[in-house]
Design a binder for this molecule. Sequence first.
Ligand code: BTN
Length: 261
Amino acid sequence: MTTNCILERVIETRSTNDDLLERWRAGELVDPVARIAHKQTAGKGRAGRSWLAHPEDSLCFSLAYPFKRTPAELSGLSLLVGLAVLSGIAQACNYSESELHEAGLRLKWPNDLLINHQKLAGILIEGGQARAGDTTWMIIGIGINLRNTELIDLSVNNGLKVSSLAHITQSPPDIEYLWLKLVESLENHLQKFDLHGFQAYKELWMHWDAYLGQNVCISGVGRDPVFGIEKGVDDFGALLLLQENKIVTVHAGDVSVRIQS
Ligand code: BTN
């Protein structure tokens, strides 16, 4: 396995994202760093939620990655990360990507992985550019449920039911092996993304889109819910909604998408 990342393993920390963010803010990051924690005591989810995970039953890590692009040029990054994670899972579990698709794995805009509409993994991306002209450092945090989802507190998961790798494979891969496959896949995808942007991945992302063609509701703190039929994403990874006869574009932020029955 080949990776250009510095690999760090810790038994316990508050949050691997916070650890790397702190280093970025102190100007200490030089090369990409992947940091995995057996246990996080203050794991963070999106929109200020907590990420609760039982050490033996989940994989929690963050990757600090330097981009040549400015933060404004990184639209679609969270969607690309979803594609990289599912590709890493396929390799680690020895499945083809079409087998994963048949097993019900999908991507939920902007950045969740689902199995049969239940949450398998979450992605939290933070970071930016300290000063104009500096390298853009993004801290990409990933939490994947491996097994025993009945132990997870649903109230912290935005109401989504939870799934795990155990639902698609009898024996989830060894955590270390899965982690290295994910880091490798992320590095490959991020390198290409930095050169070409999201556009090259748009069709592929839509192949995995959990809600394509379905009635959805987009909601977020301080904004009115938006309803429409989900029509995939544009070249920048923004979500397209059909409302009556017009297409409305929704940009990623702290919004959540739900199926509207
Ligand atoms: C979400 O779905 O709300 C995003 C969850 C992201 C969780 C991961 S676990 C590793 C990294 N460290 C954190 O504190 N959060 C992310």
